[in-house]
Design a binder for this molecule. Structure first.
Ligand code: FAD
Ligand code: MLT
Ligand code: ZN
Length: 461
């Protein structure tokens, strides 16, 4: 098997046989999917931009079942694609060829929640939104929030080290994840499911798996620290006359709002046009080239509101619609055509120049070139739409975007990971020595390379 579009060759893994299916059916009866129709949605990514042809999906319920399945795959040299909610945006969540899909969809049990510390322990397949609802009832929130919350799994969030809309306030999963349980490629379980704020006993192994995109092990359970639910959440939506004003507003905002600032998101007018055209959402503020959405989360509503009111002309307390305008840009873009998606970290002052330069470079060959993102984290989402996919447009964008990013010491993946689409560009953000060391970790933890082959790291030859 080769893939013309992908320009990759299938590696010499075994093919799934009837006796393999019989074995899996024996260890997880009724949870082995081979029906091609049922498999279809799990072979295609959320963006509908990459497609595999897996003939088998496994739905384990327990860590022991994951362990048995992987031990068998390892012995038989069968490639495996771990999958959570399949909302990943870099083609990492679906097979490239016929890898077995190992889904966490039935691993959705909450193991424990400590109301004093706010520490939640749960299986990897719990849906983020469901977890948030669960902890909210007890006066807490999840430390992360994303537009994909209704489908993504906490295991997938950890595997991608997802950032999202609350990172500015609660930090990255590298700080809030306290422990992980993982099954390694050969089926060995690794129990690092600590629930401690402090633990300096040796190397912090869980960090290796956070952001490893299913290439080093399958995450089966997560221990995570949840912050207290803020008593007062306020939102403000502003129009800005230039990107310089967006930056100035951010500086003032940080100085005046201090510890209650919980999100500072920006979007350009093109994004707003697409959200209005494709989703029929309307903005309360119009006629500006840029917009910012500011959220505060604090403990005293009068005090916080006063702070926010002092700062902005327009402050609102019913913010659902305002968040939709920002959160649903991703969805609006998919209605605009094929989406070329870039997720870049840059020094904040340079952030929008990349959008402007890309727009000039692509001219009429792109339908829309838009910029939005987590400005408070220095994270730009540059998206380009076209009627359909074309090699020539891709060649005009890449490596241009990556070279531009490297020139300013940015990162070519701020939060989505490298997956299948970006793995060959890792050198724009990491030196050869770092890539080589990553390849050595991969070889040590997964010597046969069965876990998510073709993803995250460039092949070692
Ligand atoms: P999947 O898409 O199923 O998998 C993603 C990767 O993780 C794959 O490489 C897969 O092999 C691996 N994986 C999944 N589960 C496991 C496991 N248990 N063990 C080991 N590996 C595993 N991302 C952000 O960072 N910030 C955002 O703000 C954001 N917003 C989004 C908004 C929308 C509308 C959409 C569609 C996506 C968004 N994303 C965002 C991207 C995506 O939602 C995240 O990357 C999410 O964390 C993926 O979780 P998932 O369960 O869907 O994982
Ligand atoms: C977002 O911030 O909206 C997400 O990362 C998804 C995207 O980049 O479109
Ligand atoms: Zn994002």
């Amino acid at each position: 098997l080769t893939s013309e579009r992908y320009r990759v060759q299938r590696l010499p893994f075994s093919c799934v046989s009837d006796s393999d299916v019989a074995f899996f059916e024996h260890i997880m009866p009724g949870r082995v999917i081979t029906n091609p129709e049922e498999l279809k949605p799990f072979n295609v990514d959320w963006l509908k931009s990459v497609q595999g042809c897996s003939k088998l999906m496994l739905k384990p319920q327990t860590t022991a079942e994951v362990s048995q399945a992987l031990r068998y795959c390892y012995e038989r040299n069968l490639a495996v694609n771990p999958q959570g909610g399949n909302t990943g945006l870099v083609g990492g969540s679906v097979p490239v060829f016929d890898e077995i899909i190992l889904s966490t969809v039935l691993m959705n049990r909450i193991i424990s929640f400590d109301k004093v510390s706010g520490i939640l322990v749960c299986q990897a397949g719990c849906i983020l939104e469901k977890l948030n609802e669960y902890v909210e009832e007890q006066g807490f929130i999840m430390p992360l929030d994303l537009g994909a919350k209704g489908s993504c799994h906490i295991g997938g969030n950890v595997a991608t080290n997802a950032g999202g809309l609350r990172l500015l306030r609660y930090g990255s999963l590298r700080g809030t994840v306290l422990g992980l349980e993982v099954v390694l490629a050969d089926g060995s379980p690794l129990d690092c499911l600590a629930s401690l704020r402090k633990d300096n006993t040796g190397y912090d192994l869980k960090q290796l798996f956070i952001g490893s995109e299913g290439t080093l092990g399958v995450i089966t359970a997560v221990s995570i620290l949840c912050p207290q639910k803020p008593k007062a959440v306020n939102l403000a939506f502003l129009g800005c006359q230039s990107f310089t004003k967006v930056l100035e507003t951010f500086t003032t905002c940080r100085a005046m709002l201090g510890e209650i600032l919980s999100a500072y998101e920006f979007m350009d007018e093109k994004c707003m046009e697409l959200v209005e055209r494709h989703l029929k959402l309307s903005s309360p503020v119009t006629g500006s080239p840029f917009y910012v959405l500011i959220e505060t989360s604090g403990s005293n509503s009068t005090h916080d509101e006063e702070k926010l009111n002092n700062f902005v002309e327009l402050a609102m307390t019913s913010g659902l619609m305002l968040w939709s305008l920002r959160e649903r840009i991703t969805e609006a873009l998919t209605h605009d055509g094929y989406v070329y998606k870039y997720d870049i970290s840059l020094p904040v002052g340079k952030l929008y120049d990349l959008v402007t330069d890309t727009r000039v470079r692509l001219g009429q060959s792109a339908k829309n070139v838009v910029g939005y993102g987590h400005l408070g984290d220095g994270n730009l989402h540059l998206n380009i739409t076209a009627e359909s996919y074309s090699h020539s447009l891709l060649d005009a964008i890449e490596p241009f975007v990556y070279e531009w990013t490297a020139r300013y010491n940015g990162s070519i993946s701020a939060e989505h990971g490298l997956g299948f689409k970006k793995k060959q560009f890792i050198q724009y953000s990491k030196p050869n020595e770092a890539v080589f060391l990553m390849q050595r970790f991969k070889a040590m933890l997964d010597p046969k390379g069965i876990l998510n082959p073709y993803k995250t790291l460039p092949s070692s030859s």
